[in-house]
Design a protein around this ligand. Structure first.
Ligand code: AHR
Length: 305
């Protein structure tokens, strides 16, 4: 699809609340679930006129989409910023047009917090810490070489998940991160980077992937190299999408910290509250679980995404 194009849910007439939403892209299973949650919730029947655009993981496409929402005079703008920095100018334009901005999923790095009303999403540092703590407790009882598959360079989850993992493991002298590279949160990216890691390092014990999709790509690379994922090389990831949870239940992934993509209902609630003249907290943290193999088996039958 044309990255600048928008699709509109429902009519723009009546009392529907118009919302422009700029999505990061379609890079992962998590993102697909997040998009579905937003589109399924901000419907015409629920009182919204949703204009949705996919930025294909490019900041310039998001800026273009936001400018187009401003030009169309939407009542609210929501977006999940592909990277953290470089938003001040376009957010100032939204502010000048009196359009409230809601950040979903990912944060922006700005000194001016008046540029958005609220940021709803997970605590990514905490996610990285929880993975690091599990690795330290369960695998770091002996010396281990860890390779890290980072998310999109400059994105909040890549920066924070790296930081959280390092914070939780820095006092364990057994844990050595021997390589770290971006796989851009995609399955393909994870596979390619893992192939390179395997060629350069004969002695990898653990893969820390910043999301399930890159972990799933790493599984393919490990199997192609004749090794057993989850056994010869342990894998820990973040998200908890169905494919990731299935690999965990099958013993190919060893531990997953959840990142909840179902932000649609909370986003709808925030907009309705603002629309009714109410106020919302500047930071709303969503709650995440964590799963080992048995917990994944138990959770899978009811998993929505
Ligand atoms: O911002 C959330 C992250 O983005 C998810 O963990 C990842 O799968 C997605 O691409």
């Amino acid at each position: 699809a044309d990255p600048g194009s928008t699709s509109s849910e429902g009519s723009s007439g009546g009392d529907a609340i118009s919302v422009g939403f700029s999505q990061v892209g379609a890079e992962s299973g998590w993102r697909a679930a997040n998009t579905k949650s937003i589109q399924d919730t901000l419907t015409k029947d629920a009182g919204f006129d949703l204009k949705f655009s996919d930025a294909q993981q490019k900041q310039e496409n998001q800026i273009q989409a936001i400018r187009s929402y401003i030009a169309q005079g939407v009542q609210y703008i929501a977006f999940s910023p592909v990277v953290e920095t470089g938003w001040d100018a376009v957010l100032q334009e939204a502010k000048a047009a009196n359009i409230p901005v809601i950040l979903t999923d990912r944060a922006v790095d700005t000194a001016d917090t008046s540029l958005y009303v609220t940021f709803i999403g997970s605590d990514f540092v905490e996610e990285g810490k929880r993975v690091g703590q599990w690795v330290s407790d369960n695998l770091g009882t002996e010396p281990i070489n860890v390779v890290e598959l980072q998310g999109t360079t400059g994105s909040a989850p890549a920066i924070d998940r790296k930081q959280g993992f390092e914070d939780a493991t820095k006092d364990n002298a057994n844990i050595k991160i021997i390589a770290s590279q971006t796989g851009d949160f995609t399955r393909d990216g994870g596979k390619k980077v893992m192939e390179g890691f395997l060629q350069a390092n004969p002695d990898i014990d653990v893969v820390y992937a910043h999301n399930d999709d890159m972990g799933l790509g790493a599984i393919e690379a490990i199997e192609a190299a004749g090794k057993k994922p989850g056994v010869d090389i342990k894998i820990v990831t973040i998200d908890g999408v169905k494919d990731g949870m299935t690999a965990l239940a099958d013993g190919k992934i060893n531990y997953i910290v959840e990142c909840n993509p179902l932000l649609g209902p909370d986003l709808a609630k925030i907009i309705k509250t603002l629309h009714d003249g109410g106020t919302v907290e500047p930071r709303i943290v969503t709650q995440d679980g964590a799963f080992d193999q048995e917990q994944a088996k138990a959770a899978l039958p009811d998993r929505q995404y």
